[in-house]
Design a protein around this ligand. Structure first.
Ligand code: NAD
Ligand code: IPM
Ligand code: MN
Length: 345
C-alpha cells in the first residue's frame, strides 16, 4: 500500500489540505490509484500539541512515507517565540535531504487578463524555477548579538553541482535552456556557482547556458518572462524570485512545488505560506495545493494521466470563472474544490 503523509500545518493549511485530499480521492477513484493518508502534526500546530514544530513521530512518518504532502506553516503568534514553525520546515527539508525544489511558473489561459502584466508579455510564459533547498544562508551559522548579527552563506562544490545537474536534466526534457542566477560580482559562493555552471554545462552540450546576475534577473522576470525555460539558483535567491514570479499568473494561490532528494520520499507543497490574513474564512485559493497533488502523482507515482486529469480540471474550473478572491472572484475554497472535482474526467 502507498503511504502518503499529510502535514496540514497552520493558517489556511488545513483548509487547502482538505481541498487537495478531496481532489486526490476523486482522481484516484477514476484512475484506480490506491493509497493511505497518514495525518501528522507539523509547524505551529505541532508546537501547540507537542512542544516542537517537527515532532519525532512526524519526522519518522515522513521518512517512511512514499510521498509527503505539506500545506503551509507559520503563525504570527510564534513570531517572537524561541521556537518557530519555520524551523520545523527547514529541519524537515534537511532531514529528508530535499535539495531540489522545483517551482513551475505557467499562466492558465483563463488568467491571462488577470495578470498585472500586459497579455503579450506573458503570452508564452512557461518556465521552471529550480531552487537549491538544503544549503546556503538558510543553513549556515545564524548568530544574533545585541549590536551585531551574522548569517553565514556556505556552499560546497558538490551541493552546487548536484542542483545544476538537476536543472540541466530538466531542461533536456523542455526547451533546452538553463539560466543560472547568481551574484558573482560580489559573493564568493556565487563565483564558485558561476564557474561550476560552466563546467556542468559542458556535460550537457545539447543545453544552452545563460548567466544572469540576480538583480537584473529580478527585472527580467517581469519585463521578459518568456525568455526563461529553466532557472537555477541558490536557496535564498530562489525563495525571493519564486514569490516574484507568482505576480505573472496574478497570485501565489496557484503556485505548486515539488522537492526531491537523491532518493527517498519527495515532498509537495504550495510555494506560499499560511496566509494568516485570510485563514479560517474559507476563501483561500486551493489550486496551489491541488496542483501540488498533481505533481506528486506524476513525479512520485508515475501517474501522469491522473496528474493531467487534475491539471485539466483546474484549467476548466478557471475557464468557468470559478475564482477565489485573490483572482478577483467570489468563490469559496469549497466551491473551487467542488468545481475541480466535477471537472475531473
Ligand atoms: P504568505 O505566502 O502566507 O501570504 C502572502 C499573501 O498571499 C497574503 O496576502 C496571503 O493572503 C496571500 N496568499 C497566499 N496563499 C494564498 C492562497 N492559497 N489563496 C489566496 N491568497 C493567498 O506569506 P506571509 O504572509 O509573508 O507569511 C505568513 C506565514 O507563512 C509566515 O509565518 C511565513 O513564515 C510562513 N510561510 C510558510 C511557507 C510554507 O509553509 N512553505 C511559505 C512561505 C511563508
Ligand atoms: C518557502 C518559505 C520558507 C522558505 C520559509 C517559511 C522558511 O518562504 O517555502 O518559500 O523561506 O523557504
Ligand atoms: Mn518563500
Amino acid at each position: 500500500m502507498i503511504n502518503i503523509v499529510s502535514l496540514a500545518g497552520d493558517g489556511i493549511g488545513p483548509e487547502i489540505m482538505a481541498a487537495g485530499l478531496e481532489v486526490l480521492a476523486a482522481a484516484a477513484e477514476k484512475i484506480g490509484f490506491k493509497y493511505k493518508i497518514i495525518e501528522k502534526p507539523f509547524g505551529g500546530a505541532a508546537i501547540a500539541a507537542c512542544g516542537t514544530p517537527l515532532p519525532d513521530d512526524t519526522l519518522q512518518a515522513a521518512k517512511g512515507a512514499d510521498a509527503v504532502l505539506l500545506a503551509a506553516i507559520g503563525s504570527p503568534e510564534y513570531n517572537q517565540a524561541p521556537m518557530r514553525p519555520e524551523q520545523g520546515l527547514l529541519a524537515l527539508r534537511k532531514e529528508l535531504k530535499l535539495f531540489a525544489n522545483i517551482r513551475p511558473v505557467q499562466i492558465f489561459p483563463a488568467l491571462r487578463h488577470l495578470s498585472p502584466l500586459k497579455e503579450k508579455q506573458i503570452d508564452s510564459v512557461d518556465f521552471v524555477l529550480v531552487r537549491e533547498l538544503t544549503g546556503g544562508i538558510y543553513f549556515g551559522e545564524h548568530r544574533l548579538e545585541s549590536e551585531k548579527a551574522y548569517d553565514v552563506n556556505a556552499y560546497s562544490a558538490e551541493e552546487i553541482r548536484r542542483i545544476l545537474r538537476k536543472a540541466f536534466t530538466i531542461a533536456r526534457q523542455r526547451r533546452k535552456k538553463v539560466t543560472s542566477i547568481d551574484k558573482e560580482n560580489v559573493l564568493a559562493t556565487s563565483k564558485l556557482w558561476h564557474q561550476l555552471a560552466d563546467q556542468v554545462a559542458a556535460e550537457f552540450p545539447d543545453v544552452t547556458l545563460e548567466h544572469q546576475l540576480v538583480d537584473s534577473a529580478a527585472m527580467l522576470i517581469i519585463t521578459d518572462p518568456s525568455r526563461f525555460d529553466v532557472i537555477v539558483t541558490e536557496n535564498l535567491f530562489g525563495d525571493i524570485l519564486s514569490d516574484e514570479a507568482s505576480v505573472l499568473p496574478g497570485t501565489l494561490g496557484v503556485m505548486p512545488s515539488a522537492s526531491h532528494a537523491e532518493d527517498g520520499p519527495s515532498l509537495y507543497e504550495p510555494i506560499h505560506g499560511s496566509a494568516p490574513d485570510i485563514a479560517g474564512q474559507g476563501i483561500a485559493n486551493p489550486i496551489s495545493m491541488i496542483l501540488s497533488v498533481a505533481m506528486m502523482l506524476r513525479d512520485s507515482f508515475a501517474e501522469a494521466a491522473g496528474a493531467e486529469m487534475i491539471e485539466k480540471a483546474v484549467a476548466e474550473s478557471l475557464n468557468q470563472g470559478i475564482l477565489t478572491r485573490d483572482l478577483g472572484g467570489t468563490a469559496s475554497t469549497a466551491q473551487v474544490t467542488a468545481a475541480v472535482v466535477n471537472n475531473l474526467n
